[in-house]
Design a protein around this ligand. Structure first.
Ligand code: SF4
Length: 215
């Protein structure tokens, strides 16, 4: 299992691409913004996450400010992220809990984050790693799950189990980057339905486990 060469190759490959919105949010060192952007990113493309995050934060970027926004205005601001009614409800609820139970400060512990309705493990780990800069877990979404299984690094059925296995085999120094690299690679090359194996920069390391159709 060539974990380090794969990650190093992807790091090199990724230099031609910009970072996804959630990774870029780490530069702001504002866990609340990372958390809200992550909620907006669910089931939508990165460009929509970026657009709606910018629109929302230009008007409201703290729990207090979001709670002051009328529901309809919030829905309008985040409309392009899809599922905007549900997302608006979740964002309001999360802001209320953070304000009332955590004095307006996003908790950094995964258990605390996940105890808030609307925050699942992926959102909690993204917030911890990119919002707080604490890379002691590996945010694992569909891309991380699919690529790690195709590479044969893990043999898992769920993102949660994948994260657990990856934490065993990936050296800790790469935990911060691996989500960004696999998400980008999953969008551009190792696509879920039909990967571009013919132009894959890591194909010599990949047994293509479970790949039925490729380009
Ligand atoms: S060889 Fe194909 S399946 Fe393996 S990582 Fe590359 S694109 Fe994905």
């Amino acid at each position: 299992m060539k974990v380090i060469p794969v990650i190093e190759t992807l790091k090199e490959w990724s230099k031609d691409y910009g970072h996804p919105t959630l990774r870029r949010s780490s530069l702001e060192k504002d866990p609340f913004k990372t958390l809200i952007s992550c909620l907006l990113s669910l089931r939508t493309q990165d460009r929509n996450t970026e657009k709606t995050s910018k629109a929302l934060f230009s008007v409201a970027s703290t729990p207090e400010e979001i709670l002051e926004l009328p529901q309809e205005k919030l829905e309008k601001l985040i409309f392009s992220s899809g599922y905007y009614k549900n997302k608006a409800k979740t964002i309001k609820h999360v802001s209320k809990v953070i304000l009332e139970e955590y004095n307006g400060k996003v908790p950094s512990e995964l258990d605390e984050l996940m105890s808030i309705k609307g925050i699942g493990r992926k959102t909690a780990t993204i917030t911890r790693v990119f919002g707080f800069g604490i890379a002691d877990c590996i945010p694992t979404d569909i891309h991380v799950f699919v690529i790690a299984n195709r590479l044969g690094w893990v043999n898992t059925k769920t993102p949660e189990k994948t994260e657990e296995e990856l934490m065993r085999i990936v050296p800790k120094e790469y935990w911060f980057e691996i989500n960004t690299l696999f998400v980008l690679y999953g969008k551009e090359i190792c696509q879920t339905n039909s990967p571009f194996c013919s132009k894959c920069v890591i194909n010599k390391y990949c047994p293509r486990i479970g790949v039925k159709r490729s380009r």
